[in-house]
Ligand binder design. Sequence first.
Ligand code: A3P
Ligand code: MG
Ligand code: MG
Length: 378
Amino acid sequence: RKLENVEVECEPRNKLTSPASSLPTDPALYTGPFPFYGRPSELGCFSLDAQRQYHGDAQALRYYSPPPTNDQGPNFDLRDGYPDRYQPRDEELQEGLDHLLHWLLDHRGKLEGGPGWLAGAIVTWRGHLTKLLTTPYEQQEGWQLAASRFQGTLYLSEVETPAARAQRLARPPLLRELMYMGYKFEQYMCADKPGSFPDPSGEVNTNVAFCSVLRSRLGNHRLLFSGEVDCMDPRAPCTQPPACYVELKTSKEMHRPGHWRNFYRHKLLKWWAQSFLLGVPNVVAGFRNPEGFVCSLKTFPTMEMFEYVRNDRDGWNPSVCMNFCAAFLSFAQNTVVQDDPRLVYLFSWEPGSPVTVSKYQDAPYAFLPTWYVEAVTR
Ligand code: A3P
Ligand code: MG
Ligand code: MG
């Protein structure tokens, strides 16, 4: 049930400016100095098992175990095991913030800064923030973010757009296999215990996940967010999370300067946004050939990724990403004024347009589960 389109005043009430009901996303509007972004600090973690059940521990954490560098290099067959040793997660289950709220319910009494800290914070998934960071440069996929305020805290939870849902349901077989290959690469690169070796003979089950929960600050926005982490490097110079975490990625093998340019302009932006937010220092890429074999690896330090596009007119700029994200969070904070877990402000964005917002009550958009609201209200 749509209640209304929202008119918000971003400026003080007595200032004679027209109320803003939308937020532009043009990169040119967000240049300027890099905003403050605090070093993310890990508050805790949780794991999801092969049945997608929550555990308040690190049981799903895996350990970075690259192949020895002395021989010819890797030869990982990413198609091995497909589809017979593949247990894909059920993407029809829209989990919203549920797992993160589970963690929060277990830990909210012990948060540094006390209950006041949480009341002034924004709670969301890292993946949602990644989409915000890349918005000024995104030309393909729009997004929708549902927002509710409850006991002061602003909760942000993504809603699958009708277009994204249609694409997912019609996903071509080759794309399904490509998705599998990304997870298969992780299996070749990770061990279950520190100091042991990968075992690529087993199943790939994408229900399993290890998630880190962190706090940070962007401008004056306190953030509490969680993100899935591929593995930790037991031999990292700093063993304290998130500095010991490693992000794994696959990409097409490249042979021409033009391919690399495109890779720096588009893929590296997404890799940077995802890892920078969480404080993951390195992304290890496996380059796959047309037959689906990874024969070369390359480590991209997150803090060096911008160098590849710094002198490129058609490149991306970290300041633009972070300034836009901060502006969106301010826009959301000023829009979501009523404190009510059943009210949802739906922020919608399509490439080429500004972010718009409309207001709803209860199903289908309300996302704070009754078990959470009741436990916190009690
Ligand atoms: P690659 O991106 O390495 O190919 P992540 O890298 O974030 O840990 O995700 C692991 C894998 O999940 C990806 O591997 C990809 O196969 C799949 N994946 C993640 N996000 C996806 C998306 N939006 N669409 C399709 N597949 C996705
Ligand atoms: Mg991952
Ligand atoms: Mg990965």
